[in-house]
Design a protein around this ligand. Structure first.
Ligand code: PLP
Length: 354
């Protein structure tokens, strides 16, 4: 077995892979790949998936769940279109590539974007603090975990305006208070399931209030919620596997238990980075992410040597994103702490050899 530190699509529990594989061959007499999305057996899967999201995150009443296609990238547009109100202005925090993407897409649909906080000045290596949240805008948008740079908000922006968050890479990794948000969206493939489904958690109050001059039916969360994510053919298999993964999460202590496992994994690796003089962290330490741990070699000339060591240990997916380089250990929910220990052992062996 390999130790998969890839940033996404991500590792899922082995038992989930097994159940998914068996449903490809036999899902109540059909393959899950051929079953109609209107069949009662799949409608039951969709209902259970929605119910499990609500249980896992303690979603209060007055919120709806949708599983759509298009990834978080289409979420950038969906968020802007659905949250646009009278001012047609919005406040965005720019903490990296994905936040930049959200800003760009909001502008494309006519939102006047006010980037009121940004960490671009230092290559997105920290989370901005002490910013003034604007009050003359329709909504505030931020990205809770910056998958590429390895930074994570430890405290969310405070505002009375609708708060929107792209939680693609840390949803279900720690407890959150859904009531603080009007809209949360997340591509499934970082911590929830296979690529192909995107999760939306939306406050019912905001549905149908857009002032956008155009609203394609598919992108209208009101329609999607009313049609229970079946406005068109949903990503049946991706939703099925996400449902299996949520079952697994809830049967192993839920998000609370997962959060302490994730803290233990992060502590183990960050302690090694901090104490091993062959490496250094790539971002400001108080802002570093528990999901995507980015680090650099102090002596770049030894990179081939390090790469050979971790590859030999069965580790995959460790190189940093092509836009930033270095190393990135993505430690999503399903990655066992034993895999982190393998990486830590490789790092200490590497430093002993240096
Ligand atoms: C991966 C990622 C995206 C893009 O997701 P797609 O599903 O590929 O569109 C957006 N935001 C964040 C935070 C991500 O990690």
């Amino acid at each position: 077995m390999k130790h998969n530190f890839g940033a996404g699509p991500c590792i899922l529990p082995h038992g989930v892979f097994e159940q998914a594989a068996s449903a490809v061959l036999d899902f109540n007499g059909l393959s899950i790949l051929e079953v109609s999305h209107r069949h009662k057996d799949f409608v039951a899967v969709m209902d259970e998936a929605i119910d499990l999201v609500k249980k896992a995150l303690n979603v209060p009443s007055g919120y709806s769940i949708a599983f759509l296609q298009g990834g978080a990238t289409l979420g950038f547009t969906i968020a802007a279109l659905n949250m646009m109100r009278g001012t047609k202005k919005a406040g965005y925090i720019n903490t990296g590539t994905w936040a930049t993407g959200a800003i760009k897409e909001a502008k494309k649909v006519g939102v006047d974007v006010n980037v009121f906080a940004s960490s671009e000045d230092k290559g997105f290596t920290y989370i901005p603090k002490n910013y003034q949240v604007p009050t003359d805008v329709d909504y505030i948008h931020f990205t809770s975990n910056n998958t590429i740079y390895g930074t994570q908000f430890k405290e969310f922006p405070k505002t009375d305006l609708p708060l929107i968050c792209d939680m693609s890479s840390d949803i279900f990794s720690k407890e959150i208070n859904v009531a603080d948000f009007d809209l949360i969206y997340a591509g499934a493939q970082k911590n929830l399931g296979p690529a192909g489904a995107t999760l939306y958690i939306v406050k019912d109050e905001v549905l149908g209030k857009s002032t956008s001059p155009f609203m394609p039916t598919y992108l209208d969360l009101k329609q999607q919620v009313e049609k229970e994510s079946m406005l068109n053919t949903p990503p049946v298999f991706a939703i099925y596997v996400a449902m299996l993964n949520l079952r697994d999460l809830l049967s192993t202590g839920g998000v609370k238990a997962m959060e302490s496992k994730n803290n233990a994994k992060a502590n183990l690796l960050y302690n090694e980075i901090d104490s091993n003089d062959a490496f250094r962290g790539a971002v400001q330490s108080e802002d570093r992410s528990n999901m995507n741990v980015t680090f650099l070699l102090n002596d770049e000339s030894r990179s081939a040597e390090f790469d050979a060591l971790w590859k030999d240990a069965g580790i995959v997916g460790l190189p940093g994103h092509r836009s930033v380089g270095g190393y990135r250990a993505s430690m999503y929910n399903a990655l066992p702490i034993e895999s982190v220990q393998v990486l830590v052992d490789v790092m200490s062996e590497f430093s002993r050899k240096g």
